[in-house]
Design a protein around this ligand. Structure first.
Ligand SMILES: [Zn+2]
Length: 345
């Protein structure tokens, strides 16, 4: 069941550079389903299904946006930096987990009490530099005794939950939705091609794991799996984000207004034709917002024909992301259908 797999992946903690616990889940899930699993020097997990000479790289980033301890003051309050693209007000008043050398430690993100803010401060909102983590300690020694030090990774303390119908909410659906989709695809796919399932590290801080693994593997084409922004709820309009949750996976034509990826048209057609032939609902996207691992991959070596298959996620880069599991299932069907034959490149 993709729901239970996603629950496990979403509740796991793996901020950029500390993806170990997600790595362990992926490795365990894929055992017996692929020919080879190895870890590269960056920490990427590469799962290989051996086939003919045509090599396809499927990439899903394991990391989630989070925080890292930067300074502990004499009173035991902890200052931090953001790893990845947080909108500051989202962080204020969140409960967090600090991944100390002794294990997980709970904390809360505090700041100036709202009752004490003047009008200007209220309008401005709390900035990340004015926030701190409170673990209940009375001084620095007590924080250090808990195994927390400069460099301790921090993630949101938020559990996966079901919503109406096939919709679910949780943290880190960016990109555990893509990770779940890729795990399920690797388990079920029947393909004559050689498939590299690459679970990448450090995407949220600069598409780093994808860059090095694409160089090593030198594939003939690549598909990144990730999440994208739907324009189907208040605060955004379809004209600005013309894809919707529940209407199928999204194939990228262009993202970030062309500054990120201008996808290879033949790879897009390969996916679209597989979807049409198998009656799988898909959406095409020309986006102006973020980008994915495919951007780093397609610029590797002499250029690698690439695109992205995304799952619509509402409230992206927050601890309350929402997706429709039907889109993940359809994404698996799409990848399986396409991989049955090689693209005409
Ligand atoms: Zn992502």
């Amino acid at each position: 069941m993709v729901k239970e797999l996603l629950r496990k992946l979403s509740n796991a903690h793996g901020v950029s550079g500390s993806e170990g616990s997600v790595f362990s889940i992926v490795k365990k899930e894929l055992k017996g389903y692929v020919d080879e699993i190895h870890e590269d020097p960056m920490g990427n997990l590469i799962a290989t299904k051996k086939g003919n000479k045509f090599k396809v790289m499927l990439a899903a980033h394991m990391d989630e946006i989070g925080l890292m301890v930067k300074y502990i003051d004499d009173k035991g309050f902890i200052r931090f930096v953001a790893l990845g693209g947080w909108y500051d007000p989202v962080l204020f008043a969140q409960r967090v987990i600090l991944h100390s050398t002794h294990g997980p430690v709970h904390g809360v993100i505090g700041g100036k009490p709202v009752h004490m803010m003047n009008d200007e401060e209220r309008k401005k909102g709390v900035k990340i530099d004015d926030m701190f983590i409170d673990v209940g300690a009375v001084n620095r020694e007590e924080v250090e005794y808990l195994g927390i030090d400069v460099g301790t990774p921090v993630t949101m303390d938020r559990e996966f939950a079901g919503l109406a119908s096939t919709r679910v909410t949780g943290k880190a659906f960016d990109n555990r939705a893509g990770v779940a989709m890729l795990i399920k695809t690797l388990k079920e796919v029947k393909s004559p091609l050689t498939i590299y399932g690459v679970f990448t590290v450090q995407e949220e801080v600069g598409l780093k794991g994808a860059r090095t693994s694409a160089y090593t593997l030198d594939p003939d084409c690549a598909i990144a799996t990730d999440v994208t922004i739907p324009g189907d709820h208040p605060g955004i309009e379809l004209k600005d984000a013309p894809v919707s949750m529940g209407k199928g996976p999204v194939i990228t034509v262009v993202d970030s207004s062309g500054r990120g990826l201008i996808a290879n048209r033949k790879v897009v057609s390969w996916l679209k034709e597989a979807a049409d032939a198998n009656s799988i609902p898909v959406q095409l996207e020309v986006g102006s917002g973020g980008t994915t691992d495919a951007t780093a991959i397609h610029l590797t070596r002499g250029g690698i024909p690439s695109t992205t298959v995304s799952i619509c996620s509402r409230y992206i880069h927050s601890p309350v992301e929402v997706i429709d599991l039907a889109d993940v299932e359809a994404g698996v069907s799409l990848l399986k259908a396409a991989l049955a034959k090689k693209p005409a490149l």
